[in-house]
Ligand binder design. Structure first.
Ligand code: R2B
Ligand code: URA
Length: 252
């Protein structure tokens, strides 16, 4: 899964090529839409958009986990391919999350259930991280690293940006905050805690692979060209397609 319908459509097409997956003559891959999310199916792989932020992906995960259960899927694996802001790393770097913290540094997902706070540990599967890492092409002209991902509840203030519609902190407050995060957190996105928590709680192997679009120590805005960002977005897709290809073997 990944944030946007367009990325997940591209990923479905990339998988068809990578898996050499042939559709019956005259048919084409089409969107299985659920109104709010888009879904494509290539053999045993679902490529699904999840929208932005914890509540959006949380709802989708409940629905997909139920779907997998009713479909009697055996040993499903869920991977999010996303975008993020990096902390002191070169834009275009690929990050495989090995832990997730929220904006307060907690490595759990907290949800109010029946008026009470429930905390669910945000844990990733180490074996899956290693399997994905082992699919990295050593010829890549960019780095693929592992590290802690911070899951913010907002793109602007919640990530220390100065360029939202409102902002009550100064540039030096922002830099102090980000410099303090460096070394503990490698990238910031908006879904990691609930993703890790719901998959861990349901015993599903899961991972997050994000590219970074900007080094937040150097700025807030995504200033690269559209072409550059499209190229960067393909990096997690290629890595995850290589993992899928390797793990499916010829069983599709
Ligand atoms: C990364 O990018 C989106 C915000 O622009 C959000 O869904 C995320 O995690
Ligand atoms: N997504 C985020 O949440 N933050 C960024 O800086 C870039 C993408």
């Amino acid at each position: 899964m990944g944030g946007t319908p367009g990325r997940m459509k591209n990923f479905a097409h990339l998988l068809m090529d990578e898996l050499d997956y042939k559709l019956p003559v005259g048919s084409e891959i089409s969107e299985i839409t659920s109104y709010r999310f888009s879904m494509y199916k290539v053999g045993p792989v679902l490529s699904i958009s999840h929208g932005m932020g914890v509540p959006s992906i949380g709802i989708l995960l409940h629905e997909i986990i139920k779907l997998l259960y009713h479909a009697k899927a055996k040993n499903p694996v869920i991977i999010r391919i996303g975008t993020s802001g990096g902390i002191g790393i070169e834009p275009g770097t690929v990050v495989i999350s090995d832990s997730a913290v929220d904006g307060l540094g907690n490595n759990f997902y907290e949800v109010a259930v029946l008026g009470k706070k429930v905390r669910r540990p945000a844990v990733f599967n180490k074996e899956l991280i290693d399997e994905i890492k082992s699919c990295v092409d050593p010829k890549n002209p960019y780095e693929t690293i592992t590290g802690t991902t911070m899951c913010a509840n907002d793109f602007y203030e919640g990530q220390g940006r100065l360029d939202g519609a409102i902002c009550d902190h100064s540039e030096s407050d922002k830099l102090n905050y980000l410099i303090n995060l460096k070394g503990r957190v490698v990238n910031i996105e908006m879904e990691a805690t609930v993703f890790a928590a719901l998959t861990h709680r349901t015993g599903i192997k899961a991972a997050i692979v994000c590219v970074t679009f900007v080094d937040r120590l150097l700025g807030d805005q995504l200033t690269s060209t559209k072409e550059q960002m499209e190229d960067w977005q393909k990096r997690p897709q290629k890595l995850v397609a290589a993992y899928i290809k390797r793990s499916l073997g010829k069983s599709y």
